[in-house]
Design a protein around this ligand. Structure first.
Ligand SMILES: Cc1cc2nc3c(=O)[nH]c(=O)nc-3n(C[C@H](O)[C@H](O)[C@H](O)COP(=O)(O)OP(=O)(O)OC[C@H]3O[C@@H](n4cnc5c(N)ncnc54)[C@H](O)[C@@H]3O)c2cc1C
Length: 384
């Protein structure tokens, strides 16, 4: 996705970009709305998108995207640099911003013409998109998905169900994986489509999660018409779109989430009595966050150079989930009963983060599946 030669190319350019961005953000810091305790999810989404729009209008978020979609070109490392700063300053609702970094580059690469027509409002924060992959019987075993798209001449007709679709109730469009071949075709009979969420026949039912947020939804499709020009990649090529998406997910977004974890760790070290916690757990957590940061930085560079295979990024996912869960386990121990029983809003916030951290080893592929991938496809441990 690198553009023509630009002012922020190469290591020196990246350093300059980082410095200029920091100065600009310091100057404008107080004018960005921050997350407040007790904020509703819809207010969070609106706040995060408004901040995203502001950074896009100011130009910072346009770097790392091609000019065809309103970007200013340059390396994807520039996007990672913005994401990191946004995380450390609490500008975005991180898991919402993650959806952008997962879907955006995938659609731009796999369907450049479609991206040119549709994607700028998503990148600039005007509209939300969502990812419709998982189904009730197809999560880890995604290749068994059953939501079907039938060829009806100049359009597809989509019928079926998705589940755990993050932010579907706030989305204008969905990147949907649908079966266009037979069930026996498994991963070869799947096509990725861009579906308008306001199409007749789409129903979204939000699901309450354990942290009390209705962040994801069940999504139903009842004879939904999708124009033929909405195919992402090739007909029958949905699996490679999905794999591409997984690779992007471990890019700038993991760099952002690791910065957020580092920030939370610093706050914890500054406020809680870590003496209450087991020394070994404290040491392990610092090592886990450091390992994640080191690995993620290397991955950013390898992604930017196009030099990493999707299975290798499973290591990043394992490190990310481990660090996040260790951190909030330590928060819980250090607060010694407060997390479970106190009622004030700042504790409710921490409790919500603790609950959400349980999902880190599930979303984007479970910890068990990631370990299977590393064992099979990276280390070659399973005999053929
Ligand atoms: C917060 C959150 C947000 C999400 N957002 C989205 C989204 O926006 N879009 C979307 O499409 N999906 C989303 N998901 C769904 C997510 O991708 C799935 O939950 C995940 O892929 C696991 O699928 P499953 O829940 O069906 O569990 P299952 O696949 O049923 O797995 C159940 C258990 O069995 C284990 N297991 C399954 N197969 C194997 C195996 N072969 N070897 C070893 N263990 C195995 C799993 O590790 C797990 O512990 C989200 C999930 C969460 C938690």
């Amino acid at each position: 996705m690198a553009g023509k030669t630009g002012p922020y190319d190469g290591p020196e350019g990246l350093g300059r970009f980082h410095s200029e961005l920091t100065v600009w953000l310091d100057e404008h810091d107080t004018s960005f709305p921050r997350r407040a305790c007790g904020m509703s999810l819809s207010d969070e989404v609106a706040r995060s998108r408004a901040n995203q729009s502001r950074l896009w209008q100011a130009g910072w978020l346009r770097y790392g995207w091609p000019e065809t979609v309103g970007g200013l070109g340059g390396s994807r490392l520039l996007r990672a640099a913005v994401a990191e700063q946004a995380a450390r300053r609490g500008l975005f609702y991180d898991t919402l911003a993650a959806v952008g970094e997962v879907l955006g580059p995938t659609v731009v690469e796999a369907a450049p013409g479609l991206a040119e027509r549709c994607i700028t409002p998503f990148l600039d924060g005007t509209e939300g998109w969502c990812q419709g992959f998982s189904e009730p019987e197809a999560g880890s075993d995604l290749a068994s998905l059953r939501c079907r798209a039938v060829d009806a001449g100049d359009h597809w007709v989509v019928t079926g169900q998705k589940v755990w679709t993050s932010y579907a109730q706030f989305a204008s469009r969905m990147v949907l994986l649908a079966r266009t071949g037979s069930a026996e075709d498994r991963h070869r009979g799947i096509t990725a489509l861009l579906v308008d969420m306001d199409s007749p026949g789409v129903t979204v039912r939000p699901l309450q999660a354990i942290n009390d947020m209705a962040e994801f939804s069940e999504t139903f499709f009842d004879g939904v018409r999708v124009s033929k020009d909405r195919v992402i990649g090739e007909v029958g090529g949905g699996w490679s779109v999905a794999m591409r998406m997984l690779r992007h997910e471990r890019g700038g977004i993991f760099w952002m989430l690791s910065a957020w974890l580092l920030d939370e760790l610093e706050k914890l070290a500054g406020t809680a009595d870590l003496g209450v916690a087991d020394d070994e757990a404290v040491g392990r957590l610092f090592a886990s966050v450091a390992a994640l940061r080191a690995r993620s930085w290397t991955t950013q560079h390898r992604l930017a150079a196009g030099a990493i295979e999707t299975p290798e990024t499973s290591i990043d996912k394992i490190l990310m989930a481990t660090a996040e869960q260790e951190l909030f386990d330590l928060v819980r121990t250090s607060l010694d009963g407060v997390l479970e029983f106190a009622d004030d809003e700042s504790v409710a916030w921490l409790r919500s983060s603790y609950m959400y951290s349980r999902a880190a080893s599930v979303y984007g592929g479970t910890a068990e599946i990631q370990r299977n991938i590393v064992a099979d496809q990276v280390l070659g441990l399973r005999s053929p």
